[in-house]
Design a protein around this ligand. Structure first.
Ligand code: 4AD
Ligand code: MG
Length: 431
């Protein structure tokens, strides 16, 4: 009997007969020979079927089966240096399980709106499936790294009572008559976790009611948020360097074929090794000014400024010490200059911009209360959060890395919408 194999592991079966189950990605007929590129989710492989080697029934089914028909083939595995992937199947049996008629995505020149409306089918394409496999590696590597470093996974609630990242992007939920919100970030809960377990991370969806369309924003995205007690600004930065380098390296090691499908230049990824350059917000404003940007100290940096900085360095760069006013209420002021906070964003290179936001958190009870008031938040909403500064407070820090932003950068995508199976964007809710 032929072994059930997958394309990803086909190299283990050279000279043997295997059964593959998958879908027809492309088909070409030349007289008495048909060439199928079969995809099975793990990869793509060419199957050569000759009329004389299979039954007349099978040949007939093969001729009828068009793109994206689901099929079962049996055949001999051959090493074939000229074939993409290096192997080929010499077919001995063919069966169409379900014949697809009129595959809607058959043409090469579909516009992006059409593809987005057919996202449920588009994800089968060579490029989209490569991106999703890389996404899997990135998620897995993030979790691996944190687990190896003694962090406990700590799941935060999705339905929350108060804002973490500003009140302008809250999605409201009716909580049996009470007002609630979809979580913008698990951080406040992760801080409670860090004081219980030492080092934790949350990993879940985050929701932001973004009101503009950009290449970098989703309304729903996935975020990993590590948080650690007795962890200060500098510890946090060095940990992020290790973390991001580990992720990039994992993709280079595990997804070489997928990176090739995407035509992703590898050299910029191979440079991602600690230490990363750092630039303070104040230095950045100066540098931007010298390069024709009209920004003043205290302004929030927009996408064009971020893109410039991100292109200026050939590695990820930490942008640090922002004015307190343009950042979140919970960030620890710099003892040397309380106008700025001990925070750092990590900007990915090649123009991608921010992928991480992180900071040391305020651990002083009175200072945190004062900041909550200054930021126009309601103190009563943050009583449990203030408790963390009432009972055994410690210096602690953490960060949040956006999964889709990271995928977009590592895959070198034009737009974040391809970095998630089903993107949620302004006015886009289906599929
Ligand atoms: O910088 P942000 O808002 O930071 C936080 O949420 C902190 N609570 C994190 C922490 O310290 N625990 O978001 C963190 C990251 C960003 O750097 C970005 O990668 C991603 O989340 N992100 C988005 N990704 C896609 N679409 C959006 N609308 C995003 N908003 C933030
Ligand atoms: Mg941010």
């Amino acid at each position: 009997m032929a072994v059930a194999a997958t394309v990803a592991t086909i190299g283990e079966y050279v000279g043997q007969e295997v059964t593959l189950k998958g879908w027809i990605h492309t088909k070409r007929e030349k007289g008495k020979i048909a060439f199928i590129v079969l995809r099975d989710g793990t990869g793509f492989i060419q199957v050569v079927l000759e009329q004389d080697r299979i039954s007349p029934n099978e040949w007939e089914e093969l001729r009828e089966a068009s793109l994206e028909s689901s099929v079962i083939v049996r055949g001999l595995v051959k090493a074939e240096p000229r074939a993409p992937g290096g192997y080929e199947i010499q077919g001995l049996f063919f069966k169409a399980f379900h014949v697809t008629k009129d595959w809607p995505l058959g043409r090469k020149d579909h516009g992006v709106d059409f593809l987005m409306d057919n996202r449920h089918l588009w994800i089968r394409s060579r490029r989209q499936s490569a991106i999703l496999r890389i996404r899997h590696t990135i998620e897995t590597a993030m979790i691996e790294f944190l687990n190896k470093n003694g962090f406990y996974r700590f799941d935060a609630p999705i339905i929350t009572a108060a804002a973490c990242e500003g009140t302008t992007t809250l999605f409201e939920v009716d909580y049996h008559g009470d007002k609630a919100y979809l979580s913008q970030s698990g951080q406040l809960y992760a801080e409670a976790g860090a004081l219980a377990l030492g080092k934790v991370y949350t990993f879940g969806p985050a929701f932001r009611a973004e009101k503009s369309k950009t290449r970098r924003h989703l309304l729903e995205f996935w975020m990993i948020e590590p948080e650690a007690a007795w962890f200060e600004y500098e510890d946090n930065i060095q940990f992020q360097e290790q973390f991001v380098s580990y992720i990039v390296n994992a993709v280079l090691e595990r997804n070489a074929d997928d990176l090739k499908i995407l035509d992703r230049p590898l050299e910029p990824l191979m440079r991602v090794k600690p230490p990363f350059p750092r630039i303070t917000y104040t230095e950045a404003v100066e540098l931007l000014g010298k390069n024709g940007f009209n920004v003043h100290w205290g302004d929030d940096l927009g996408a064009p400024e971020e893109t410039f900085l991100s292109n200026y360095f050939d590695k990820p760069v930490f942008l640090t010490h922002f004015p307190a006013k343009i950042k979140a209420f919970y960030m620890q002021p710099d003892p040397e200059n309380p106008e700025v906070v001990l925070a750092a964003d990590l900007l990915a290179p090649e123009g991608y911009g921010e992928i991480i936001g992180g900071s040391q958190r305020i651990h002083d009870y009175e200072l945190l209360r004062q900041k909550i008031r200054e930021f126009g938040l309601k103190e009563e909403d943050y009583q449990w959060y203030l408790d963390l500064r009432r009972y055994g407070s410690v210096p602690h820090s953490g960060f949040g890395i956006g999964l889709e932003r990271t995928v977009a950068w590592i895959c070198k995508l034009e737009h974040i919408r391809e970095a998630v199976p089903f993107p949620r964007m302004l006015h886009k809710l289906t599929p």
